[in-house]
Ligand binder design. Structure first.
Ligand SMILES: Nc1nc2c(ncn2[C@@H]2O[C@H](COP(=O)(O)OP(=O)(O)OP(=O)(O)O)[C@@H](O)[C@H]2O)c(=O)[nH]1
Ligand SMILES: [Mg+2]
Ligand SMILES: [Zn+2]
Length: 369
């Protein structure tokens, strides 16, 4: 296994130059165990190590989003006999798929980094939700990865229903590749299989129970077994993924299995929102009045488009709703910044008073503790 097989490229190589001089080794983070990480070295056909992060890496991260995450390239200082192997640095991410963490904080949650493709798994039944899909497309759009959607469990629904769901997803994002699949009948995966090549990383996301792990199992072939370490077998005999994990396929390519995302929250900026709704923005510019509310106003291009069937009212409502959410997110971000500034000032005060206290304070604030 070479570094290139794991996604290494010229940009990583040049960023790593000073780390080679220190004797550190490049490795890819494949698992986040909260306190330690699983990291893969290319040598010896792919050697997996359990590693921890250095105090510097932890302290330098201003938010959790800057801490090492699954998919990251890191510099490892290998420990000798009985010593820990430590992440000494994280390389710049070439792509990053993230969302806002659950709850009220504006904290960004990183799902996977340095990925080429995000596969959203859904079905044509209960899980099908165009508004949620729209949000996934927003998040993928800003991540720098390409989007693939699998309308899975096709064996459970009439073909027309599967095709209709796929069609409406294509209408939301013409750039996305959309396939109808069944993990049970092993159908619809040929095109996706072609995406897996050495160095390519694919992240799977979607609601719990849509079949991400079942599909991944097919892609990995018979060689992969469910392990208790990553999957917990529930009473119903289902394997619920509990930890994010990067896996290397036997024939090249990598994929990241994720625990089901119960709710996709917005973590995007206004620019991305505008891009995804460029057609609506354009229409708004054609309204007669520049402050048109797109309701009963005279000469409203958006209402006209909806009447003509060019724009669906669902899509317009999605646009309005997302806009309001961005505003809320901004408010939370401002609040978070105030908290960070305050914390930094307090840290400085304490450090000035007694430098040795600093470590204790940090461990108190450690979200991983
Ligand atoms: N009928 C049918 N059942 C499927 C299909 N794909 C998966 N399932 C079943 O759906 C259930 C959930 O599948 P998983 O692969 O564990 O779902 P997951 O998306 O990984 O779920 P989390 O790990 O909780 O996020 C299992 O019982 C699978 O056997 C399919 O194509 N058709
Ligand atoms: Mg799973
Ligand atoms: Zn209008």
């Amino acid at each position: 296994m070479t570094l290139e097989d794991l996604g290494w490229n010229a940009a990583f190589e040049s960023e790593f130059a000073p780390f080679y001089l220190k004797g550190w080794k490049p490795a890819r983070v494949i698992r986040d165990n909260r306190i330690t990480f699983g990291a893969l070295l290319a040598e010896d056909g792919g050697r997996e190590l359990e590693v921890s992060m250095s105090g510097k890496v932890y302290h330098d991260a201003e938010t959790d989003a800057e801490l090492p995450a699954v998919g990251d390239w890191v510099a490892l200082e290998l420990g000798g006999e009985g010593q820990e192997t430590v992440i000494q640095a994280r390389l710049t991410r070439q792509s990053c798929f993230s969302r806002r963490a659950a709850g009220q904080s504006a904290e960004e949650q990183v799902i996977a980094t340095n990925i080429n493709l995000v596969v959203v798994v859904t079905d044509a039944g209960q899980d099908f939700n165009p508004r949620r899909m729209e949000r996934y497309f927003s998040l993928i759009g800003r991540s720098g990865a390409k989007a693939v959607v699998l309308v899975n469990k096709s064996d459970l629904f009439p073909d027309a229903q599967n095709q209709e769901a796929a069609q409406s997803i294509r209408a939301l994002n013409p750039d996305a590749m959309v396939y109808v699949t069944s993990a049970i009948q092993k159908t619809g995966l040929a095109e996706l299989k072609d995406c897996f090549k050495p160095g390519v990383t694919v992240a799977f996301v979607g609601s719990s129970g849509v079949g991400k792990s079942a599909l991944i199992n097919l892609l990995l072939g018979d060689e992969w077994q469910w392990t208790d370490e990553v999957n917990q077998i529930t009473g119903k005999g289902r394997h619920t993924t509990t930890a994010r994990q990067l896996l290397v396929l036997p024939n090249g390519g990598m994929l990241i299995d994720n625990p089901g995302i119960r709710e996709v929250q917005m973590w995007t900026d206004e620019k991305t929102l505008r891009e995804r709704f460029a057609d609506i923005e354009k229409l708004a510019g054609q309204c007669k009045y520049h402050d048109c509310k797109h309701g009963s106003d005279d000469g409203c291009a958006i209402r006209q488009a909806m009447e003509n069937g060019v724009l669906t009212s669902g899509r317009f409502e999605g646009f309005i709703k997302l806009d309001a959410e961005i505003e809320k997110l901004r408010a939370r971000r401002r609040k978070r910044q105030i908290t960070i500034d305050r914390r930094a000032k307090r840290d400085q005060r304490i450090k000035a008073r007694n430098p040795s206290d600093r470590k204790d304070l940090k461990s108190e604030l450690d979200p991983r503790a």
